[in-house]
Structures are given as structure tokens and as C-alpha cells.
Design a protein around this ligand. Sequence first.
Ligand SMILES: Nc1ncnc2c1ncn2[C@@H]1O[C@H](COP(=O)(O)OP(=O)(O)OP(=O)(O)O)[C@@H](O)[C@H]1O
Ligand SMILES: [Mg+2]
Length: 429
Amino acid sequence: MAGHEVYTSIDIGSRSFKGTVVGVKGDSFEVLGYAEVNARGIESGDIKDVAAFKEAFNYLTDELAKQYPRLSKSEVLISFSSNKFTLESHKEKFSLVEDDEEGEAMITEELLDDLRYEVFERLSGPESGKKVLNMFTKKFVLNGSRIVFNPVDMSARDIEMEVSTVRIDYPIGESLRATLEDVIGIEPVMFSSPISSAEGTLTATEKDSGVVLVDLGYNFSTVVAYLNNMPIRLEYVPLGIRNVIKDIVYVFRTSFDEAETMLKSYGFAVYDPTEDLDMEIEYREIDGRTVKKVSAGKFALVVNARLMEIFNKVRRVYKDFERSVQEYRENGIPGGVVLTGGGARIKRVSDLATQVLRTNVRVGSFLRSFPVGSERVIGDEEVTDNPSYSATFGNVVNFLKVESEMQRPQPKKSSGFMKGFKKFLKNLF
Ligand SMILES: Nc1ncnc2c1ncn2[C@@H]1O[C@H](COP(=O)(O)OP(=O)(O)OP(=O)(O)O)[C@@H](O)[C@H]1O
Ligand SMILES: [Mg+2]
């Protein structure tokens, strides 16, 4: 894959840090390396132990560098998970001509980029108390009344820009940014994991016509609704796969790690007596010596009970979206639910989700966000078709999207702009 851009993309989760090295050429993506390490030193995006965080982070990048030795030359993109992200709408107004001036001003690509940058500056930083991690342009209102989606080549006296942002409290985002800058030696490009997960798993049609993404994470589950190509709702269910693991610990008196291994190897979301669930699972109790056995069927009952509770809570959120969004109320949510995150790897989890949510459910991965046979994704399916890695791919998708949005058609004028653009990219995300 000659002449490609290479991205090192890292998703900082509360159970593990996932990293992929992705080469992009034209519209295809090639995985050049991937690794996962246990999370340390961070909770919900909040740095708790800098040394432990750095150690885990460096361990991950060392693993990636073994697979792709020129890692240090690649662009670094980072997402992180938190239950403190907020999705908000903002309207920002600008005068394009002085009060005493006659007539209207022409809106150019350059002007629009400057406005985006200005809006970003207003919404992100210590004064706003927040840090912007994702920004989506919804629409523009010209002269207080004319609604347009692309105002380029139109004239107006004033323009209002409506955007949606995903933000985090400034001190949390800033402390993570500073720590990352310290470890990687450059300013990190930062996104929120839920939006990266969505961008890395949802198809273009799903995002446009309406869909709900459920990230079955470790500490909590995140529910994101999309419509017209952007997120319109973001909610949390305060239960995650950690709760399933803790139930296994409690019922079978195992260590936490043993319980997690059991879940990964033998976990079934649905108890189905017609299936071969008589198979015996061997495990060790907390003392690490006593060996016990349980049938896969009995084990499935424990996993099933907590997952049912999680999906019942997700269902409430889903129903609330259906009721509160006008387009959904009229047509339902055409894309139904897409499951992602480590929990989406539990066997038959989509069957259970279909039963409880009573809508169409699929498991999402980067590979599955493209039509079958599109051949745009090259690499080991162990990573490209793995819901745990969704956000790492989504980071690249996000970055390319913003880059193309900001790309001006006339490269001749680009030197000053490129500086501004780079500054924007550095600050945004
Ligand atoms: N193959 C698997 N089968 C069953 N469970 C799995 C599998 N792989 C991972 N998990 C579990 O899924 C859970 C969530 O993993 P994930 O990687 O999504 O968490 P995270 O991204 O670190 O957390 P968060 O996004 O909530 O901060 C983990 O507890 C993990 O044990
Ligand atoms: Mg995650």
C-alpha cells in the first residue's frame, strides 16, 4: 500500500486500551497492527494515576511498534470513554457587514472555515468550562430567517451557525490532553469514544435514516441515536459488563479475572435448553486451587439475568427516543439497534437484545459498516470484525471527515489557511 497516510489510533476504555495502526489510501483502509492492554490509571476519562496510565499506554504503543516499526511517524488519534460526555446544541451568530454598511457579504469556503473555528473557540476552553471532542454542523440561518445547509456562494448580512457538540468538563479533558501530550510528545487529536464507536460501525444509510448504537462497555452502557448523519441523543445506562462479571464472581466464588475469562470463553446471552448447554465448564474458585464444574446452561442463566436487566434499561431509553424525536415518532427507528463494545462479543447477545428491545438488532464492527464485498477494509478479521475495536477505526473515519470538511478547493491560497487549519485540528478534538 504505497502512498498511504498512516494513523495510530487508540481508544482508552475503562477495562482496556485498544490500538490499531491503519493505513489509508484512497477510500480503503488497511490494518498494519493492533493490540489491546489492560487499562490502568484512568476512570471515566479522568486521570487517577499518571504513572500507571503512562506505563499502560507505553506498553500498548510498544506492542504496536513491534508490528509497525515506523509508528512514530504516523498521525496519532485518541478517543476515550466517559459517562460525563454531554451532547448539546448551540447557535452562534455573526455579523458579516458593519451596521452602517449597505448590502450583503458573499459567503466563501474560507469564511465558513473561519466561522467553524470561531464557534469552536467559543465553545471549548477554560472560559466555557468545557472541552469540545466532536462538532457537527447542523444548519445555517441567513438574515434571521433563511435556513440553508450549505451557504457557500450565498450573500447575507448576518449568519447564524447551529452545531451539535460532544463535550467534557474542561479540567477532565485538559488533564488527559496534557498527560497524552507528555507521553506521545505531540499535541493529541482527541475524540469521544461513543461517537468514534458510532462512526466506526454504523453504515451511511443507518446514520442518515435513523439508528441507535448501544456500546456494551465495562462500567456502563452508552446509547447514541443518529439521524441525518449526526448524533441527536446520548444517554447512559449505569450498568455494564463489569456487573455481569461481578455476578459470576458472586455465584461461583471465583476471582474477577477467572470470571472474565469464563465469560469470554463460555458466555451465552440466551439460555436455550435446545442448545448443547450440557457441556461442562471447569473453573477455579477464589483460592486458585479448588476446581469446580458447571454446565454451560447454568452458566448462561447467570449471564442472561444481568444482560436482561441491561437491555430492559436500554429499552426504556430506546422508547424514550422514539417518543421524543418527531421523525422517530412518525416512522420508528428504521435502523433499529447496533450493538458494539466488548459486550457485543458475548455469544447470542443479539438474539437476547432482539427479544427484549423488540426491534431489529445487529452486532456492529468496522468491517460490517461497509457493504459485503466492498473490499474497502483489508486486514485480520480478528480486528476488523471485532466490536471491541470499533472506536479505533471510528477515530480515523472522524478525522478524515473533518479534514475533508475543512479542505478548501483552491490549494494556492493554502499556506496561511493550512496553518489555521492545523491549529483548528489541534484544538478541535
Ligand atoms: N469475546 C468476549 N466475550 C465476552 N465478553 C467480552 C469479550 N471480549 C471482551 N469482553 C468483555 O466486554 C467488556 C467490555 O469491554 P470493552 O473493551 O468494550 O470495555 P472498555 O472499552 O475498556 O470500557 P468502556 O468503553 O466502558 O470504558 C469487558 O469487561 C470484557 O471482559
Ligand atoms: Mg469502550
